[in-house]
Design a protein around this ligand. Structure first.
Ligand code: 9PG
Length: 510
């Protein structure tokens, strides 16, 4: 079911900037000149994994697509803001198109009819905040206090072991590092879908970890990609009828990772929902009270479903609701790789950008292959800063700080930019640094990154150093590769009386 509304804005496209929001956690959000050209990824797996295949970036100059909300900004800071007001069953696809001397704007709803707000305003920043907060209220957003999380992924990747988890947790306790949660990431399981069988290299079973972590004073966290199914998994062999299918009747390929393509569950199937409830309840029973639910976009891919009357947004939400029901109200759920607005009210926190990397940019994949959702520190800053308003939907998770100097190509300014990001976005704090690698300066920087803060607001959307929201009331980011406004490339400077102050000055002296 789709319906469309459109507007013609009598303003020259030359004067306008556009604030767009990508579909899921990893899709880019940007603040760009309307006449710029959006990136469009070259390979279909990049679009499946990083975008909505039904409504990916246009790749055309002057044609900007956005999910849930859009803002057009005049040079005076006023402009137009549109925002879906209920994303439980419906996706909203916004498109702004420069046509001659004016702008054509459309909003297409995929799913049952839902309220859409559209306003002309003298203050775009405030109107974006008001309309997105209203969406959060309608969907009964959960915003529990943010947590400080150590996560295994960004150092150990799939080679994580039970011993490495315990070693880091013990050291964190000895050094009194202020973490709330120790979270085991991808690598402990035999296969996607076979969550209860350990991988041969893990050196134990995930169910053995929570008691040891609790003894050290930490909550236990676990990563799951609950909607994914490995092509060689036991689940795939036992329940072939549970998979989402393409028009050809074959199980859909839902992306390319773990050395090949993978499949997804059809969350309109009642047996799948029961299995998801049981999965979440089982790991909760092992003692995990924090779950990172990853690759969630899979349940919302276009495909042939058991119940064809259910919209993609509603199918996704049924799957997520089953996980919430199984995990219980008290379990902290972090969404990742997830359709953003459709998750409001069911998750406690949400990854609001792609993965951080121990280097600034992956220019080859980003520019040559057109993949704006590519993991990099640059992409994380770009996207998460341009979604500053999402603290009204859940606790934002900007991903980990990288405080270590070892095994990292990030420079001092780049570490400062990550620290600045955490400060202005608020939300979760996380680290993946092997604690043994950190020297005294590294530990001091880690402690600083774990200090919780309240979300900041942009001070303008009419100026930007790098295609994203960069000017906040607490400080300014320069995401460009050249100096701008007195700021070094790839840096953040906190606003101080009488000027801007590098946030890392204290550490540079130590
Ligand atoms: C575990 C990781 C970590 C990480 C998540 C997610 O497009 N891709 O191929 C792609 C692969 C991995 C990925 C994101 C995208 O990372 O964000 O924190 O949990 O999975 O596999």
């Amino acid at each position: 079911m789709t319906s469309e509304r459109s507007w013609t804005l009598p303003i020259s496209p030359h004067e306008l900037r556009v604030l767009v929001n990508g579909y899921q956690s990893w899709s880019e959000a940007e603040l760009r000149a309307l006449l710029d050209t959006p990136q469009r990824a070259l390979f279909s797996w990049m679009i499946e994994q990083g975008q909505d295949p039904v409504f990916p970036p246009s790749g055309e100059a002057g044609v900007w697509r956005s999910h849930t909300l859009i803002a057009l900004i005049r040079p005076d800071g006023g402009g137009w803001v549109g925002c879906l007001q209920d994303a439980r069953q419906t996706f909203a696809h916004w498109e702004a198109r420069a046509v001659g001397g004016q702008v054509e704007l459309s909003c297409t709803l995929e799913g049952p009819p839902a309220e859409v707000a559209f306003e002309e305003t003298g203050d775009v920043i405030t109107t974006v905040e008001t309309l997105t907060a209203r969406l959060g209220t309608v969907m009964q957003a959960r915003t529990p206090p943010p947590l400080r999380v150590w996560c295994s992924w960004y150092s150990y990747y799939r080679d994580v072991t039970l011993a490495a988890m315990l070693d880091n947790a013990r050291l964190a306790r000895e050094l009194a590092l202020p973490f709330d949660v120790f979270q085991l990431d991808d690598g402990f399981q035999a296969d996607l879908g076979d969550w209860f069988e350990p991988s041969p290299h893990f050196g134990g079973h995930a169910q053995d970890l929570p008691a040891a972590l609790q003894e050290l004073g930490f909550r236990a966290g676990l990563w799951l990609a609950p909607f994914l199914v490995g092509p060689r998994s036991r689940l795939r062999a036992q329940q072939p009828e549970w998979l989402l299918r393409g028009a050809d009747g074959e199980p859909l390929r839902a992306g390319h990772n773990w050395g090949g393509p993978y499949h997804v569950l059809d969350t309109t199937h009642p047996e799948v929902l029961a299995w998801l409830r049981d999965l979440a309840a089982t790991v909760r029973g092992w003692g995990y009270t924090y779950l990172k639910l990853d690759f969630l976009y899979g349940a919302a891919l276009p495909g042939v479903r058991y119940d064809p009357a259910v919209s993609r947004a509603a199918a996704y939400r049924q799957g997520l609701q089953a996980l919430r029901d199984g995990a219980g109200e008290e379990t902290f759920l972090l969404g990742c790789g997830a359709p953003l607005a459709s998750s409001i009210g069911l998750v406690d926190a949400m990854r609001t950008g792609p993965d951080v990397t121990p280097f600034w940019d992956d220019e080859a994949r980003r520019v040559l292959l057109g993949d704006g959702a590519v993991p990099s520190t640059r992409s994380v800053l770009h996207t998460t800063l341009s979604r500053w308003y999402q603290h009204a939907w859940y606790q934002p998770d900007p991903d980990v700080m990288i405080a270590r100097r070892e095994l990292s190509l990030l420079g001092e300014h780049e570490r400062g930019a990550l620290l600045g990001l955490l400060d202005v976005i608020g939300g979760l704090r996380a680290s993946s640094d092997p604690i043994r690698l950190l020297d005294e300066a590294g530990r001091a920087l880690l402690r600083q990154s774990l200090q919780l803060s309240r979300p900041d607001r942009p001070r303008t959307l009419t100026t930007s150093y790098g295609g994203a929201v960069t000017h906040f009331t607490r400080g300014t980011f320069n995401l460009l590769d050249v100096p701008a406004g007195g700021l070094a490339p790839h840096s953040y400077s906190a606003a101080q009386v009488g000027g801007l102050q590098p946030l890392l000055a204290r550490h540079q002296q130590t």
